[in-house]
Every structure is written in C-alpha cells, then in structure tokens.
Design a protein around this ligand. Structure first.
Ligand code: FAD
Length: 360
C-alpha cells in the first residue's frame, strides 16, 4: 500500500527517518521544518552537537545505539562525503561524579560498560595514563561527525531518493496532514520536532525539557577525543573535546544544564571551559594556555531530553492518519539516529500491514 508521509522536523532525527523511509518506493515523502540544515538557532539542536559516539544508554536500552554505531562506522569507512572520521576517544572517570546527583550523563563512565564489546579496541587505560584527580579511564576508537557536512549530506541523499523538503511552521501537529507536496492528505506524519514537541499543539509533551550545552568551536586540534566526568567548577559541568572531520575545527565543552532554556553563550562559562581544556590537554594551544586558542565561535544549544526516555511510537490521529513520534533523544540524537529511524520504519510497516489487512 502506498503511503503519503510528512516528516515534521529537519534535524538528525527527521532527516534520518526520511532517509530510511525513502528507500521504500511505496512511500512519497515531504520533509517540512521551521529550521533546515544551514540554520543556527536555539530551537534547532542538531547543528550544535559535536557530534561523536560516546554511548549513553543503559544496557537494556542499548539497541538504538548499537544499530547506529554499525551504520556510522560503515559511512566513516565507505562514504567520506558524509563528513565522519574515526578518532580515538578517552573517557576519564572521577568516582565522586558518578555518585553525585548532576545532569552530566553517567553512561560513558560505567566501569563495566555494555559497549566494551561494541568497539573493536576498547581497553581500560593503565593508571599512568589516567588524568590526575581521576580514578580510572578507558579508551576506544569512535567517530566524530562534522554536523555542518553531515546534515547537508543527509539532505542530498533525500533529494536523490525523490524526497521533497520545504519550510513550514505548524502550531498543531494536525496541520501537517495538509503539507504533503503531492496535495494529498498525509496518511502518516513523523513527528521529529525535538524540543518543539513541548509546545506543539496536539502533542504538548510536558515530559520534554532542555539540557543546555555551551561549547566553543576552535581552529586548534586535539590529538584524541576526551570526556572527563566532572570538574570542581559546578555539578553540571564536564570537560570534553573532539575534532570534527574535514576542517570542522575542534569542539570544546561543556555544560549539561537541565531545565535551562537560555541559548546565549555566557563568557565566564566559556572561560572556564577553555581553561579546563588547556589544563588537561596543553598541546591543543601549543602550551600557550587560553590565549593559544583560536576561537571560531561560542555557542549554546539545547539537548532535547525527555523524562521517561525518547518517544518512538505510533499514535492514531484519525481514521486516515497515524502519527509516528521520534523525539526526545537528549544528548545522543546522532549516536542513536539510525536505530531510532529503523524503529520508525518498522512502525510504519506495521501500520501499512494493518491497513492492508483491513482492506481485504
Ligand atoms: P532538532 O535538531 O532540534 O530538530 C528539530 C526540528 O523540528 C527542526 O527542524 C525544527 O525546526 C523542527 N520543528 C520543531 N518544531 C516545529 C514546528 N512547530 N513546526 C515546524 N518545524 C518544527 N548527540 C550525539 O549523538 N552526540 C554528541 O556528541 C552530541 N553532542 C551534543 C552537544 C550539544 C552542545 C548539544 C546541544 C547536543 C548534542 N547532542 C549530541 C544531541 C543532539 O544534537 C540531539 O539529540 C539531536 O540533534 C536532536 O535532533 P532532533 O532532530 O530530534 O531535533
């Protein structure tokens, strides 16, 4: 059965859902969004991400990240135009941060993590390689995605598959039913509006909340990705750094401030972030400290978190149209993007089967 699909949202969740759905020629797809790749706006999380793979799920919920890792690794090996490269990743743990009630994700710092068999070369680091003040560390080869290349690359894949994209703002999800480029009413709407689902009519999911992340993009380079579980500067701050592929610069972070909607970068927070990085990785600035950093821009984005976890499920809108939700991915939207989009396709296929059976 043919489906007329409107994907609402052009962040990594909407674009990846559209990509996987577009591989089935029975689907005619329109992506509609307020923000598109190329925009930098506080309501649009995707361009602000590093983005790397540093698993955050619990073992029970690891399927989405496992499935995504396989695809990101393949893209990295086989599709250089996607703007993804391999990089060593070091994760340093302070035990006191793990027991502390803070907004910094704890998953990457697990002492016996489920993902140790996912990465080919996962290893615990010997004590002499652990940063001073930390209690342990691990290292593995992961990937870093240059989001400024990857999001437009996804758009290119969609165009090749016949998907149409257009700007549009809806105040209620029901309005999306009329937005297919075909002029036909949509039989399926994919809701990939991220934090927008908090105030979107017909959804208004009050479980959604932002976790503000302030970062600095610099021209300097780090020799490996780094994540330290906490700092002495406040419970909701951590230390991280990664190089984006293909001249994307390095991203220095950061903060995890749950409930904070402010997207103005704060200069004193920026100084703390930069000071911490040059302390643990002096080589990044040639030993010159903060003065040796060449800043491209300061930024703060909002990670779209959801109490209860991401919402990936179907909801009947009316006799003709079903909404498939795919939002609430917090700080792991890229590293879970393929897995979640695969779930969207499975849900869409079930809805299609149900309709076909009902027609017989
Ligand atoms: P968004 O990117 O926010 O897209 C939402 C889309 O919906 C937009 O196109 C918007 O315009 C549209 N929309 C919303 N409401 C409406 C409406 N009413 N009408 C029309 N359109 C609407 N993830 C990782 O995997 N790895 C990382 O290293 C990582 N680092 C991060 C660092 C920072 C500082 C931040 C902020 C995030 C980070 N993330 C990371 C998280 C990741 O960026 C998000 O989980 C992901 O981008 C969410 O994508 P999304 O498509 O669901 O939402």
């Amino acid at each position: 059965m043919n489906e007329t699909i409107v994907v609402l949202g052009a962040g990594v969740s909407g674009l990846t859902s559209a990509l996987l759905l577009s591989r089935d020629k029975r689907n005619t797809i329109t992506v509609v969004a307020k923000h598109m790749p190329g925009d930098l706006d506080g309501e649009y999380a995707s361009p602000f991400a590093g983005a790397n793979v540093m698993p955050m799920a619990t073992s029970d919920e690891s399927q989405w990240e496992r499935e995504t890792w396989a695809e990101l690794k393949r893209l990295c090996q086989e599709v250089p135009a996607s703007g993804i490269h391999f990089q060593k990743c070091q994760v340093h743990r302070r035990n006191k941060d793990i027991s502390m009630n803070s907004d910094v994700p704890k998953g990457p710092f697990d002492t016996n993590p489920w993902f140790k068999d996912m990465f080919d070369d996962f290893r615990e680091l010997p004590q002499d390689k652990v940063l001073p003040g930390c209690d342990g560390a691990s290292e593995f080869t992961s990937v870093c995605i240059n989001t400024a290349i990857y999001l437009p690359w996804l758009v290119g894949q969609l165009l090749e598959n016949g998907v149409q994209l257009k700007r549009g703002v809806v105040s209620d999800i029901r309005e999306a039913k009329r937005l297919s480029h075909t002029g036909r009413p949509a039989t399926l709407i994919i809701n990939a509006t991220g934090l927008g689902s908090y105030k979107l009519g017909g959804v208004k999911d009050t479980n959604m909340y932002p976790a503000r992340g302030q970062v600095i993009v610099v021209r300097n380079e780090v020799d490996s990705m780094l994540f330290v579980s906490g700092t002495e500067d406040g419970a909701n701050e951590a230390v991280y750094a990664m190089n984006r592929a293909a001249g994307g610069g390095a991203i220095l972070g950061g903060t995890f401030e749950a409930g904070t909607w402010d997207t103005q970068p704060d200069p004193t927070t920026a100084l703390r972030i930069m000071s911490r990085i040059v302390k643990v990785r002096p080589d990044i600035a040639g030993g010159e400290g903060v003065a040796g950093l060449s800043v491209v821009r300061h930024a703060a984005g909002l990670r779209p978190y959801r109490h209860g976890g991401a919402r990936v499920e179907a909801e009947k809108m009316d006799d003709m149209t079903t909404v498939v939700h795919n939002y609430g991915h917090g700080g792991w939207g890229y590293q879970g993007s393929y897995g979640c989009a695969k779930s969207v396709v499975e849900i869409v296929d079930k809805v299609r089967e149900g309709r076909t059976r009902a027609k017989l």
